[in-house]
Design a protein around this ligand. Sequence first.
Ligand code: ADP
Length: 363
Amino acid sequence: MVGVDQVLEKLSTVIDPDLKKDIVSMGMIKDLELNSGNLKFTLELTTPACPFNVEIEDDVRKVIGELDGINNFDMKVTAKVMEGRSLDADTAMATVKNIIGVASGKGGVGKSTVSLNLALALSQTGAKVGLLDADVYGPSIPLMLGMDKVNMEVADNKLQPAESNGLKVVSFGFFAEQEHQAAIYRGPIISGILKQFLVDTNWSDLDYLIVDLPPGTGDIPLTLAQTIPITGILVVTTPQDVASNVAVKALGMFNKLNVPILGVVENMSSFVCPNCNENHYIFGQGGAKKISEKYNIPFVGEIPLNSGIMEGSDKGKPVMITAPQSPSAEAFRKTAKNIAAQCSILAARLQEEMKAEATPSTN
Ligand code: ADP
């Protein structure tokens, strides 16, 4: 008769392709019950946005099918996002599992568009997602979400985020009385406001908080990197070499601050001609891939140049909401999954580091 040990041994042959670890040692098998050949357990994936959930689930079914003596098999599949931040009891924002800063070397590369659609793509997988528009010099998220005149509420001394399309949202734009007002603020004030948006806001439980940073390497990215532990930075670039080189400057700053780089995404990558259906690389090909290879950073995706993306952003109707089946939405979805996977990889590394610290040295 098959026993629990054999089941676990078999399950431990299934490897998570991202984490490169077996699913048993990663603690993904929960509530296992085996009674007279009736097997039941929960497979708990590291994120609902895992790019490999179907593959892992299929592998589990396959290996269980290879065991003799299983009459009935019942598997529940769930996901619990891993903590991608080194948190201890009194860390600020301890209920936010992952904080992802979205940076670019210069403006206009589509950083806000990418931040918003990635936040929506993650949220559509079932994850709890917040979006902090920290682009003080051009807060465009309210416009992109069609959020007019938002009055932020304060309860228990905490700012209450607004809600839109399932996202919790805070933007510098909600507070600027006139356009470009924020641009006149100076460094310390701006840093202070950002700290409040992070720490004095009731984000409650979030799996991912996306922070849309201003372009470049100014006070805001610096404050984010130094105020709280964050999971990492996503760098947005366009294929042009010029944009790529400025992106490298941003990378350099985060590297110096020891903030992990989650990956680089190439926006406005190529254009599919609606007439001939051919893919045109208008701005050249492979800028972000070159960066990823040269600096050993994951390449997490490419987003096409598409008028639907632009119109959606500019009219307050993001493509992830209005055209979720479009190739553009699919590109965001794929990128979001790769980013979630990178967060899980960093979280697993953090867990190991913490375990190593907790284990007394034998020397
Ligand atoms: P940034 O935040 O880097 O300044 P935005 O997200 O505000 O850039 O985008 C700048 C402009 O480019 C906006 O009009 C936006 O709609 C457009 N845009 C961004 N990404 C795309 C894309 N993939 N295809 C078409 N237009 C895009």
